[in-house]
Design a protein around this ligand. Structure first.
Ligand code: ADP
Ligand code: ZN
Ligand code: ZN
Length: 804
């Protein structure tokens, strides 16, 4: 076994295959598939993944692997193989497939340096360059990359005087602590103790600690416990009486939290019925996909917990996916409370180091259960027994960058390989999933009632046009106003929900109608009262708020719409006594802020929780008896065929926040389009009816689940180029696909310009197109050069969730 097949970290079509490398003698016994290595590639050194190790190569002369980056594989066999599937499914490069499976800490970063090859040749360098290398052999690239010296460097490299190094920099180290232990036997310690004069109290103390069966202890703890200084320890270290070792420790973000141990609850009849098929598929080691369909509070989580319990009894492992914003401490505690130390948590709120630590626990088989957001679906378990996806309809399970995978697809694919079940849970399943469950592709399990027969909250829909007609110009309808006042009087809590951060708070001129736009994107800027800034939510562009209209110079320039900040001010005016906690991207960007605000609310330090999407999920506080949705329609008008579905799901979710406990709940939904079926049916909490209506519309317009769709978005700085490339792609695809396929385009994207690049798209709707993947690959291949040289971008999404 002397040849390693390596996928190198050079994302390009030509390098999207394994390269053969010789394994140097010193690595021959340690190298394994799934490890990362550094290999020479052309003139530089790059990172790579060892796919396989074989006897020989068809190439006569191989270069050698330079370095090993891992001492144990970071990808197991199954994940290595899964990369083939992922590459095919999402049309990404192999290297991207590997990288998405790893925690960010393991994603390599390169540092470029220039090295003088031999000091004896210093004089041969041009004087300008000599200066840099006077007293060092290696300098950072930045030191010379500025200007004129580049060509000199180029020449020196050609003459073999200098070389460019690409050093892979690992962003994170394992966190280690220094431990002090006795280096000699107890007898020797005793003997040594006798030699020490009695005035050296601290040394004696230290020795006594280790003589009295003292276990290795962290240096700092030892110092504080015994009150000895670092020099005392050093003295004994130098003498070889004590020794220092290092131990890897984990940064545990949950370590200071007290978690109450919970026991399995006795299942209700519904729950027992629902769990039975899951347990039998576990027993028979069968791959099945279940849809656990039940309203919020119907006891789905208990079903998850008891399924996992069985998985653990079988000696296997489980993955639980939860949408990022629902991954609250409450949620995590339900799993830690049941399975304690066997649970690792992976979500984006963790620091890079913390994530890495959690991942290591999985890799070292120190945990059996992972609770995490989307990317946790790649948890490196090797004996998977179940994958659970809670709130399966959530669009955050789809990754919008390369590789554009959907966690549900990955879960099903991995589960197939382990012959284990997948459980999808939701109160408002995605249409695709529910349709599959109805067809019997997935098994439908239903929990039809809320626990303890608690009623769903009463929902009232308020027509805001009517309010306006009757002279109410406030953002609160009379009904909501009245109920809010009532809750304040009764000291009960209210959740106020606003769709999207500052979604419609734009600045408009009342004289000419001009709306302030981002200069880089065709999108209106959002007004942020807090720092008096206009901000583009797509590219981050910021500018000050103008006092006069840039178009007509009128000073009748005004802010429109309702951002969370504006609502907060309005509440302060109408209900001066109310204590408000505002949760949006602005107030929760600091680490831990999210949790802190929620805890404050839970502990009753506020009467009203005001927020965006992020408060729609996972809140389960007993004192919430009123939920108000300020504007239900903002999402309805997005150019997206799923906008009704998303509106329905969100409103249903939000409504579910009220009255989960003893106190009854009420919901008020304010809208300008009360007659829209997604709002009306969300009011009735009638998923089945909504499903029927929406399916009809999807069928008429040939959208999923009746058709598959793929979206190609082309972007570039020059409009003409974008149009002509998109046109070419559209024509090519039309010729390659069957007559049944519908190829729409070229058309400008709903956001026609982003970050100074024009955007055009081509949408394909189809049922069965065996040629599609090949055709799409051909599109990418054909434009390779343009992509690498002129900055042309072609994004292909085989199952888009964002159509903008
Ligand atoms: P879901 O996940 O469907 O929103 P939960 O699992 O959170 O529902 O259940 C709602 C509430 O009912 C929780 O407080 C939970 O502890 C409780 N519960 C769930 N199953 C049972 C059971 N079998 N017996 C008693 N209480 C239960
Ligand atoms: Zn104007
Ligand atoms: Zn912008």
């Amino acid at each position: 076994m002397t040849v390693a097949k390596v996928i190198v970290d050079v994302p390009a079509k030509q390098t999207n295959r394994p390269f053969d490398y010789a394994i140097p003698e010193r690595l021959s016994r340690v190298l394994m598939p799934g490890m990362r290595v550094i290999v020479p590639f052309g003139p530089r050194k790059v990172q790579g993944f060892v796919m396989d190790i074989v006897e020989e190569s068809e190439f006569p002369k191989l270069r050698e692997i330079s370095e090993l980056m891992d001492i144990e594989p970071v990808l197991n066999k199954e994940l290595l193989l899964l990369s083939d599937w992922l590459t095919e499914k999402t049309l990404c490069y192999k290297i991207s497939a590997f990288q998405v499976m790893l925690p960010p800490a393991l994603k390599a970063k390169y540092e470029k340096k220039v090295k003088l090859k031999s000091r004896s040749q210093l004089e041969q360098l041009s004087p300008v360059l000599q200066r840099h290398f006077m007293n060092k052999d290696i300098i950072p690239w930045e030191e010379v990359s500025g200007g004129d010296e580049l060509s000199l460097i180029q020449k020196a490299i050609a003459n073999d005087l200098l070389e460019v190094l690409y050093e892979v920099k690992e962003r994170i180290k394992k966190k280690q602590v220094k431990l002090i232990r006795a280096a000699v036997s107890k007898d020797k310690l005793q003997a040594y103790r006798l030699e020490i004069p009695s005035r050296r109290i601290k040394q004696l103390l230290l020795l006594d600690y280790f003589i009295a069966d003292g276990l290795p202890l962290e240096r700092s703890k030892l110092m504080s416990m015994l009150g000895v200084s670092s020099s005392v320890i050093k003295g004994l270290l130098d003498k070889g009486i004590l020794a220092e070792t290092t131990k890897e420790v984990y940064r545990d973000p949950y370590k200071d939290r007290e978690i109450i141990k919970t026991m399995p609850l006795e299942l209700t009849r519904d729950q027992a019925q629902a769990i039975q098929p899951i347990l039998s598929s576990l027993k028979e080691e069968k791959h099945d996909v279940f849809l656990l369909y039940g309203v919020t509070g119907s006891g789905k989580t208990e079903v998850y917990l008891q399924s996992i319990q069985r998985v653990l009894e079988l000696g296997k492992e489980g993955i639980v996916l939860v949408p990022e914003i629902s991954l609250t401490p409450q949620m995590v505690n339900r799993f830690k409370g049941r399975f304690g130390e066997q649970v690792a948590v992976l979500h984006s709120g963790l620091s890079v180091g913390e994530k890495y630590d959690e991942w290591r626990k999985i890799q070292r088989k120190e945990v059996k259960v992972v609770v995490g957001a989307r990317s946790a679906v790649f948890a490196p378990f090797e004996n998977l027994g179940i994958i659970i996806i809670d709130e399966e309809h959530e669009t955050s399970y789809k990754q919008e960058d390369n590789p554009r995978y959907h966690a549900r697809d990955v879960a099903i694919e991995r589960a197939k390989r382990y012959n284990c079940p997948v459980v999808l849970g939701s109160a408002t399943p995605s249409l695709e999933t529910f349709a599959r469950a109805k067809k019997g592709v997935y098994q439908l399990l239903t929990l039809s009632k809320r626990m303890n027969e608690r009623n769903l909250p009463h929902v009232e829909i308020v027509d805001m046009r009517e309010e306006l007609r009757e002279g109410n110009r406030s953002m609160f309808s009379r009904v909501l106003h009245e109920k809010l006042q009532d809750r304040l009087d009764k000291k009960e809590q209210t959740v106020l929900f606003l769709n999207k951060r500052g979604h419609s708070s734009f600045v408009m001129c009342r004289d000419c109608g001009y709306v302030l736009q981002c200069p880089n994107c065709d999108i209106s800027l959002t007004y942020h009262r807090y720092n008096q800034q206009m901000k583009c939510h797509y590219c981050g562009y910021e500018s000050i708020v103008p006092t006069t209209c840039p178009e007509c110079a009128s000073d009748h320039i005004r802010y429109f719409g309702t951002g969370t900040q504006k609502v907060e001010e309005e509440i302060a005016k109408i209900f001066p006594q109310a204590r408000v906690i505002r949760m949006d991207v602005d107030t929760t960007s600091r680490k831990g802020a999210h949790e802190k605000l929620l805890t404050e609310f839970q502990e009753g330090h506020a009467d009203i929780l005001l927020g965006t999407q992020m408060i729609a999920k996972g809140l389960d506080f007993p004192n919430i008896t009123l939920v108000g949705v300020l504007s239900a329609d903002t999402m309805l008008h997005l150019p997206d065929f799923r906008s009704s579905e998303k509106t329905f799901q969100l409103l249903t979710q939000v409504s579910g926040r009220a009255g989960r406990h003893e106190l009854a709940g009420e919901v008020v939904i304010q809208t300008y389009t009360p007659e829209h079926y997604s709002i009306e049916l969300a009011g009735d909490q009638d998923y089945d009816q909504f499903y029927q209506r929406e399916m009809m519309i999807r069928k008429i317009h040939k959208y999923p689940p009746f058709f598959y769709i793929s979206l190609i978005t082309v972007s570039h700085e020059e409009l003409m180029k974008v149009v002509s490339v998109t046109e070419k792609i559209t024509r090519y695809l039309t010729s390659r696909l069957s007559k049944e396929a519908i190829v729409l385009g070229p058309v400008a994207s709903p956001i026609p310009r982003l970050n100074n690049k024009y955007r055009y798209q081509c949408l394909i709707k189809y049922k069965r197109e065996p040629n599609l993947t090949d055709a799409l690959k051909a599109v990418l291949d054909h434009h390779q050069q343009d992509i690498h040289q002129s900055g042309l971008q072609i994004a292909i999404d085989k199952n888009p969730y964002i159509l903008m």
